[in-house]
Design a protein around this ligand. Structure first.
Ligand SMILES: NC(=O)C1=CN([C@@H]2O[C@H](COP(=O)(O)OP(=O)(O)OC[C@H]3O[C@@H](n4cnc5c(N)ncnc54)[C@H](OP(=O)(O)O)[C@@H]3O)[C@@H](O)[C@H]2O)C=CC1
Ligand SMILES: CC(=O)C(=O)O
Ligand SMILES: [Mg+2]
Length: 763
């Protein structure tokens, strides 16, 4: 455990095995559920969705198969299918054990490209049995993503299914990996001033990923004689008979090298698609100047960046992991490649489509990154270079860059059943598909990781708070200060199986025993002496109340931020905090909630503080909320909400909102706003178009409610009804960074709030 005065250091984010299991087990086990897209509420709904209404699309599809794309989910549905014979780099662990990975791939499809996806685990190692299980599934899906099937069976399976099925069949470990690795290598070659025709590459791993990578890089210009392939038996040399198959033979080289060590002498590039630790420091030392290492085995690479940098300071290194720079992982490919293929109803994913994806990805890494990506690298905007050869998975440009390239190539090669007519309109539509809040939270977390903070977790004896603190530290966000009695915290942690004693980055502060108490009590007394408090009252508040103690730590600079609220009502926690911390001068204290529903984020205010705001207060709330939008990376479009729209029907609360708009007009604020308007007008483009004079350039992303009750009722309703995620209320306008979670919040909510507090979302 860290000593109280240790400076927080930037650490690589890690996760514990226990966190991984808990993540998967929490709530509904697993990572996926199915949600209906049509109402199922009334007799009429049932008659339409099921018998007799459903018969109508049935007959239409029977008559014309292409109508399935109009009347069913087929056109946006991909099956992720595995038999678990090569799960990541963990080997053959069977179909059932592969399910967490396949559910994971399915949710990545959704998260990154809005492709609906379902995992199917097939308990059949025999290629023919597997083919038979899959070949008849075509009608259900728009595409098939094969995953983690070992070589050489995967080659037979994919080739046969491609032949038998009229939808794209794509083995991700082969082609997804090859596309990303090719994009990365093209850039690394350029950065090191090499010529593709003379670059010498060694690929360790002659399985699904290794063979496909060699095929694609040779198609892009690598000379076959400069490429050496290795497997568990060493170099795949021409004439070798042991452990061979026809796919390895196709890449066998005339060479005297027999072992990986031999092959690595003077090599320019290493591709690792084999297993953890396969590349030694000695081999790295033997490589040519400015060596390029893609250690892509998962979850642990052939060599870690730390190990490679320890022996060579001129190395460019990439891994398959998200916790190092240069992540070469097929997650950058499969969601977008299928998006493009589905959107033109491609019959297949061919070589031209793969090359188009690789080139588009390589080019994207060379362009200036948008503010959204730069924000994650605060202070050091990533630029094309040794530590940034490939875009990051959270790059918002991927969705409107890769699918159009893939779709265009499909159209150019005649495999598109429904070509795209207006490419620009298509790109705009793609941008709207991304889920903005995940990006927002991730950006916030990245930013805090760059500038780690000391955050007080005021209710440090609670199990979920301890878990959140551990996760905060593991994510590299800074130091977590648990307020509580040391023995109680250790006891709770031990009971829950959380190891905190040996963990750097966690501090414990017992309010009763802290040597800072007299300073905190004096500070509080200075503030409260004219409000009827005695010095000993203040001493008691500091000694006995964790919110007062934690807030005093933040107020006096012993910590950067605080999170509380798990065990106490919001208003009580807030009044504790306000005894210690003021509103920021010139600002108004408000609560904002982030509501995410169907890929759209809106900021709602004021969800926490002023019950019946005056017109002037509503105008201030709008200004504070617009500031939050900007801090989170959005350009605010503020709708001043009421039950009426532009004067109709008239009412007392609406009059206040109309007056608030007038006040904003007078103040000449620098953001878009208009109103009063009803919520449906604010959020629906067509309805807004009924008011052509409305000054909002698009639907609103900030909703200012006429009063606290409507804000609180609407956000709580949304949360309880499901289908949307509500984060907050976040406190905005306090002079120091404090956030209050809802009573009984879960560890994941607490850690997100802690990150938002550390980011100082409130001001
Ligand atoms: N970063 C990314 O995006 C991706 C990474 N991968 C990673 O690549 C690796 C291979 O996956 P995949 O091709 O699907 O699996 P396969 O089972 O199809 O192939 C594995 C290959 O690796 C070889 N191999 C295993 N251990 C060693 C070793 N110690 N030294 C040399 N060769 C070895 C095997 O040799 P032999 O033929 O002699 O048995 C085989 O050729 C995994 O770690 C996987 O996580 C895969 C896909 C995507
Ligand atoms: C990333 C991936 O697909 C693998 O490692 O198998
Ligand atoms: Mg895989």
């Amino acid at each position: 455990m860290a000593k109280p005065d240790d400076k927080p250091k930037r650490t690589r984010p890690t996760i514990s095995d226990q966190e991984a299991l808990q993540f998967h087990q929490a709530g509904r086990p697993g990572k996926i559920e199915i949600v209906a897209t049509k109402p199922m509420a009334t007799q009429r709904d049932l008659s339409l969705a099921y018998s007799p209404g459903v018969a109508v699309p049935v007959l239409a599809i029977a008559e014309d198969a292409s109508r399935a794309y109009d009347y069913t989910a087929k056109g946006n549905l991909v099956a992720v299918i595995s038999n678990g014979t090569a799960i990541l780099g963990l080997g053959n662990l069977g179909a059932l054990a592969s399910k967490p990975v396949m559910e994971g791939k399915a949710v990545l499809f959704k998260r990154f490209a809005d492709v609906d996806s379902i995992d199917i685990e097939v308990d059949a190692e025999d290629p023919q049995k597997f083919i038979d299980a899959v070949r008849y599934l075509g009608p259900s899906f728009g595409g098939i993503n094969l995953e983690d099937i070992k070589a050489p069976e995967c080659f037979i399976i994919e080739e046969k299914l491609r032949e038998l099925m009229d939808i794209p069949v794509f083995h991700d470990d082969q082609h997804g990996t090859a596309i990303i690795a090719t994009a990365g290598i093209l850039n690394a070659i350029q950065l090191t001033g090499r010529d593709i025709k003379t670059t010498r590459l060694v690929c360790n791993g002659a399985g699904a990923a290794g063979i496909a990578c060699l095929e694609l890089i040779k198609a892009m210009g690598f000379a076959p004689e400069n490429v050496l392939l290795c497997d568990t038996k060493g170099v795949v040399w021409r004439g070798r008979t042991e452990g061979m198959n026809q796919w390895k033979s196709a890449h066998a080289t005339e060479t005297s090298a027999r072992t990986l060590e031999d092959a690595m002498q003077g090599a320019d590039v290493f591709f690792g698609l084999s297993a953890k630790g396969a590349l030694s420091a000695e081999m790295v030392r033997a490589m040519a100047p400015n060596p390029i290492i893609f250690a892509m085995a998962n979850p642990d690479p052939e060599i870690t960046p730390e190990e490679a940098h320890a022996v060579r300071d001129d190395v460019i290194i990439a891994t398959g992991r998200s916790d190092y720079p240069n992540q070469v992982n097929n997650v950058l490919g499969f969601p977008y490649i299928f998006r493009g293929a589905l959107d033109v109803r491609a019959t297949t994913i061919n070589m031209e489509m793969k090359i188009a994806a690789a080139l588009a990805l390589a080019k994207l890494a060379q362009e200036d990154v948008p503010d959204e990506v730069a924000a994650a690298y605060q202070g050091a905007r990533p630029r094309f270079g040794r530590e940034y050869i490939i875009p990051v998975p959270f790059d918002p440009r991927l969705i409107h860059t890769i699918p159009p390239a893939v779709a265009q190539a499909a159209m150019d090669t005649g495999v598109a059943r429904r070509p795209i007519v207006d490419m620009n309109a298509y790109k705009a539509q793609l941008s709207a598909r991304r889920d903005p809040i995940a990006g927002t939270l991730q950006r916030t977390i990245e930013r805090v990781r760059r500038y780690p903070k000391r955050v007080v977790f005021a209710e440090g004896e609670e199990e979920q708070v301890i878990r959140a603190a551990v996760s905060f530290v593991n994510q590299g966000l800074g130091t977590a200060i648990l307020v509580g009695r040391e023995d109680r915290i250790f006891e709770t942690a031990a009971f829950a199986g959380i190891d905190i004693e040996a963990r750097d980055g966690i501090e414990i502060r017992n309010a009763r025993l802290s040597h800072r108490n007299s300073a905190y009590a004096q500070y509080l007394y200075d503030r409260l002496q004219r409000k009827g408090y005695l010095f000993r009252d203040c001493q008691r508040m500091i000694n006995q109340d964790r919110n007062h103690f934690g807030a005093a730590m933040v107020a006096l600079g012993d910590a950067d931020a605080m999170v509380t609220g798990v065990t106490r009502n919001f208003s009580i926690a807030l009044s504790d905090v306000r005894n210690v911390i003021d509103t920021r001068p010139g600002h108004k204290l408000i609560g904002v909630s982030l509501v995410v529903a169907r890929g759209r984020t809106v900021i709602v205010a004021d969800t926490a503080i002023t019950e019946m705001p005056t017109a002037s207060e509503i105008a201030e709330i709008a200004t504070e909320a617009a500031g939050v939008a900007r801090r989170l990376g959005y350009e605010p479009r503020v709708a001043m909400l009421a039950f009426s729209t532009f004067g109709h029907p008239p009412g007392e609360r609406s009059a206040k909102v109309i007056e608030a708009v007038r006040i904003l007009d007078q103040r000449r604020v620098d953001f878009e706003y208009d109103g009063e308007m009803a919520a449906d007008v604010a959020l629906n483009k067509e309805l807004m178009a009924q008011y052509p004079f409305c000054r909002l350039s698009d639907t609103a992303n900030v909703l200012v409610m006429p009063a606290f009750h409507s804000a609180s009722i609407s956000t709580k309703m949304l949360q309880a009804l499901g289908g949307s995620t509500v984060i907050g209320p976040l406190l905005v306008g306090l002079d120091k960074a404090v956030q209050i979670v809802p009573l009984g919040a879960k560890d994941s909510d607490i850690v997100n709030m802690a990150a938002l507090a550390a980011f100082n979302v409130g001001g």
